[in-house]
Design a protein around this ligand. Sequence first.
Ligand code: HPA
Ligand code: MG
Length: 241
Amino acid sequence: MYSEPPSSKHRPTLQNPGSGEGRSEPVYISDDTGYALSHFLLPSHYQLDLERVLIPAGFILDRIEKLAHDIKTFYGDQDLHVLCILKGSRGFFNHLLSYLNKIHMYGRPYATSPPYMEHYVRLRSYVGTDSSGQLEVIAEDLSILKNKHVLIVEDIIDTGNTLTKFCDYLRAIGPKSIGIASLLEKRTDKSNGFRGDFVGFSCPDAFVVGFSLDYNEMFRDLEHLCIINDQAKQRYSSKRR
Ligand code: HPA
Ligand code: MG
């Protein structure tokens, strides 16, 4: 169903989204990793809400640069359609594309086409009375992705349920391949086994925020990835924001 990207160096194909087949493993952030809040400059409006800094922003940027390099090595000069899953992926997506731009400018000075075409999607999962759940996809007309190499850009793979459903949705459009880039992958018992292809970090089973990831729309403006405390979960428990 999918054709193999010809420049594939470190893996055979992206035929099976969610398998993570042949991927390079993410950076492992152990369960006890973390940095004292006092070591970083943090927004004062969150001073009562955070437990610890999990991954400082500088480290995240270094890792995204390497992911951009891996992605470029994998896809080469083939047309690539990158798909941002809003809102949480905004930070990852923006930095990833910025690195791809630089690789393209420095490494392909005579290129005649842009490094990617970009698309934006908002996904909502509804868990109904049955366990199947429904996925709402808010997007431009995605039929343009037929016969294209598509790279989904996600902030975090947690249970994997939303991405599993979205990959089924995309597959029906008939892209040439579906790859998954995710900044984070959570080590959780609730995982359905879904694995990304280009993953930044494997992180502990805690609620992480910052770098555009939210808790009920809060913390997107926090630059470092942090773990929130129980008080913050109570304080921002309302979804209406
Ligand atoms: N943080 C933010 N958003 C999320 C998380 C998380 O840990 N898991 C799933 N969505
Ligand atoms: Mg969210």
